[in-house]
Design a protein around this ligand. Structure first.
Ligand code: FAD
Ligand code: NAD
Length: 443
C-alpha cells in the first residue's frame, strides 16, 4: 500500500497541495475532504460574479472533481473532518450528504481549513437579509438576494467592502458603506483612503466613516441599520468586517499556533506535529520586512504555501520564502496596490520612518489618454531602507508595485530603487517613472 496524504479543505491551499503532491509523486494516495459543496475555486472572483461581469459561479472553478479524479486525486465534497488523532494518524470524517461518520488514516496530513468571517457583536446580525461573502455558497445566497433588492448597507470598508460596493452599484443598488475607522482601507495611510472615498462617492456610494453600527433592525428580516450617525433603511446587509483563521481542528489535535493566532509552520509548511502540514489562510507566513511571523490571508499566498507543502510531502526540496504584504484591488476606476508597511504601521513598529507621496501620470503628459497616478514610499531615515509603499492608478499602472515588492523582498533601499532600469515608452510611463520620482524625493 502506498503512502496516504489526506488534505482537509479543498479551496486554494488544499487543492494546490493535493495537485502538487500527486504530480510530484504519483505513487501517493491523495484524498481531499471539503466540508462545502465546492472545491478548487477562486474566491477572489466572487465580487465580479456579483457585479455580473462574470456570468456564473462555475467560471471560478479552477479544476473540477472530475479533473482531479483523472489526475488520481480523490475529492470528497460535503465531507467534514471532525477529529484527528495524530498519535494513531487516524481521522474521523462526517459525510453531510449521507449523515454518517467514518474513520480514515493518513501518513501525511495537510490542514488547509482557511478562514471565516468575523461577525461583529451587534444585535440583529442573525436575521434574514444579512450576509457574509467567503464561499461559493455565500455567493449563491447573495446572488439570490440581489434579485429585487434596491438598498444595501455594507459594514466594513476593507477589501471585500470596497470590491462589493462596486459590484452592488453595477447591479443598480443604492449602497451605503459603513466604516468604523476614519477612512476607507484604514490599514493604509490617509492619502490613499481619501482617493478611495472620492472615487466611491463619484460613483454614487454613500461613504460613512468613523461610524458605530449599533443594531440591525428588523422583525426577523433586516430592515434598517441603526448607527451613531443615523438610520439607513436597507433590503440587505453585507458584513465585511474581517476574518479569522479556522484553527479549531488544529488546536483540538495539538497543532501549535503562532503569535498571530494562525498555525505556525516552518518554511516547508511543517507544523509542530510529525507528518502534519498547514497551508493557506489557516497558516502564518514570515514577514520579510518585519522579520517575524505575520498573517497574510491572500489567495496567491495560499496557492504558494499549498504547492510548497505538496512538494515537501512528495519528497522534493521546496520552501516558502515568506511575504512582504503585497496586495492589489479595484474600486471602480481606481486600482490600489500596497506592499510592506504604511507609514502608520512602520511608526507603530518602532521604525524611524518617513514617507513621500507624489502625484504623477501613467504615461507621458503629451500621450493621449494618460491618467494621473499616485505613489507613496515609506522608508527608514538614515539607512534609506525601503519599508513599504502604495501605487494608486487608473488602469494597470498600479502593477508598478511589483518592482517595489521585489526590492522589499531583498531588503532594498531608496538608492537601489533609484538605480533600477525601469521600462519606458510614452503610452506606459513618463520618462521618469513615478516610482523613480518618489525615490528622488525620498532621498
Ligand atoms: P478557504 O478559501 O477558506 O478554504 C478553506 C476550505 O476548508 C473551506 O472551503 C472550508 O469549507 C474547508 N474546511 C474548513 N474546515 C474543514 C473541515 N474540518 N473539514 C473539511 N473541510 C473544511 N486574495 C487575493 O490574493 N486577491 C484577491 O483579489 C482576493 N479577493 C478575494 C475576494 C473575496 C470575496 C474573498 C472572500 C477572498 C479574496 N481573497 C483574495 C482571499 C482568498 O480568496 C483566500 O486567501 C483563499 O481563498 C484562501 O484559500 P484557503 O484554501 O486557505 O482557504
Ligand atoms: P478587512 O480586514 O480587509 O476589512 C475589514 C474592515 O471592516 C476594516 O476596515 C475594519 O475597520 C472594518 N470594521 C470592523 N468592524 C466593523 C464594524 N463593526 N463596523 C464597521 N466597520 C468595521 O476584511 P474584509 O474586507 O472582510 O476581507 C477579508 C479578507 O479577504 C481580507 O483580509 C483579505 O485577506 C481578503 N480579500 C482580499 C482581496 C484582495 O486582495 N483584492 C479582496 C477581497 C478580500
Amino acid at each position: 500500500m502506498g503512502e496516504r496524504l489526506v488534505v482537509v479543505g479543498g479551496v486554494a491551499g488544499g487543492a494546490s497541495a493535493a495537485a502538487k503532491a500527486k504530480r510530484e509523486n504519483p505513487d501517493l494516495e491523495v484524498v481531499v475532504y471539503e466540508r462545502s459543496g465546492w472545491v478548487s475555486y477562486g474566491a477572489c472572483g466572487l465580487p465580479y460574479v456579483l457585479s455580473g461581469e462574470i456570468p456564473r459561479l462555475e467560471k471560478l472553478v479552477a479544476r473540477t472533481p472530475e479533473e482531479f479524479r483523472k489526475q488520481g486525486v480523490e475529492i470528497h465534497a460535503h465531507h467534514e473532518v471532525v477529529d484527528v488523532d495524530p498519535e494513531l494518524r487516524t481521522l474521523t470524517v462526517f459525510d453531510h450528504k449521507e449523515g454518517r461518520t467514518f474513520q480514515d488514516r493518513y501518513d501525511h496530513l495537510v490542514l488547509a481549513t482557511g478562514a471565516r468571517p468575523l461577525i461583529p457583536p451587534i444585535p440583529g446580525t442573525e436575521q434574514r437579509g444579512v450576509y457574509t461573502l467567503r464561499s461559493m455558497e455565500d455567493g449563491e445566497a447573495l446572488l439570490r438576494a440581489l434579485e429585487g433588492a434596491k438598498r444595501a448597507a455594507i459594514l466594513g470598508a476593507g477589501y471585500i467592502g470596497l470590491e462589493v460596493a462596486e459590484a452592488f452599484r453595477k447591479r443598480g443598488l443604492e449602497v451605503t458603506l459603513l466604516e468604523l475607522k476614519d477612512r476607507p482601507l484604514p490599514h493604509w495611510d490617509g492619502e490613499v483612503g481619501s482617493l478611495l472615498k472620492e472615487e466611491l462617492e463619484r460613483h454614487g456610494v454613500e461613504v460613512w466613516t468613523g461610524v458605530r453600527v449599533k443594531a440591525l433592525r428588523g422583525q426577523g428580516r433586516v430592515e434598517a441599520v441603526e448607527t451613531s450617525e443615523g438610520v439607513v433603511p436597507v433590503d440587505l446587509v453585507l458584513l465585511a468586517t474581517g476574518i479569522k483563521p479556522n484553527t479549531l481542528l488544529a488546536q483540538a489535535m495539538g497543532v501549535a499556533l503562532g503569535p498571530t493566532g494562525a498555525i505556525a509552520t516552518d518554511e516547508g509548511m511543517r507544523t509542530n506535529l510529525e507528518g502534519v502540514y498547514a497551508a493557506g489562510d489557516v497558516a502564518e507566513s514570515f514577514h520579510r520586512v518585519l522579520k517575524r511571523p505575520y498573517w497574510l490571508p491572500l489567495g496567491d499566498v495560499a496557492n504558494k504555501q499549498g504547492r510548497t507543502a505538496g512538494s515537501v510531502i512528495a519528497g522534493k526540496e521546496a520552501r516558502f520564502a515568506g511575504v512582504v504584504g503585497t496586495a492589489i484591488f479595484k474600486a471602480f476606476g481606481l486600482a490600489v496596490a500596497t506592499t510592506g508597511l504604511s507609514l502608520e504601521a512602520a511608526l507603530e513598529e518602532g521604525f524611524q520612518a518617513r514617507k513621500v507621496f507624489i502625484q504623477s501620470r501613467d504615461g507621458a503628459h503629451y500621450y493621449p489618454g494618460s491618467q494621473p497616478l499616485w505613489v507613496e514610499l515609506v522608508h527608514e531615515e538614515g539607512t534609506g531602507r525601503l519599508l513599504g509603499g502604495a501605487v494608486v492608478a487608473r488602469g494597470h499602472g498600479a502593477l508598478r508595485i511589483d518592482a517595489l515588492a521585489a526590492l522589499l523582498h531583498r531588503g532594498g533601499t531608496v538608492e537601489d530603487l533609484l538605480a533600477l532600469d525601469l521600462a519606458y515608452a510614452p503610452p506606459y510611463s513618463p520618462v521618469w517613472d513615478p516610482l523613480l520620482i518618489a525615490a528622488q524625493q525620498a532621498r
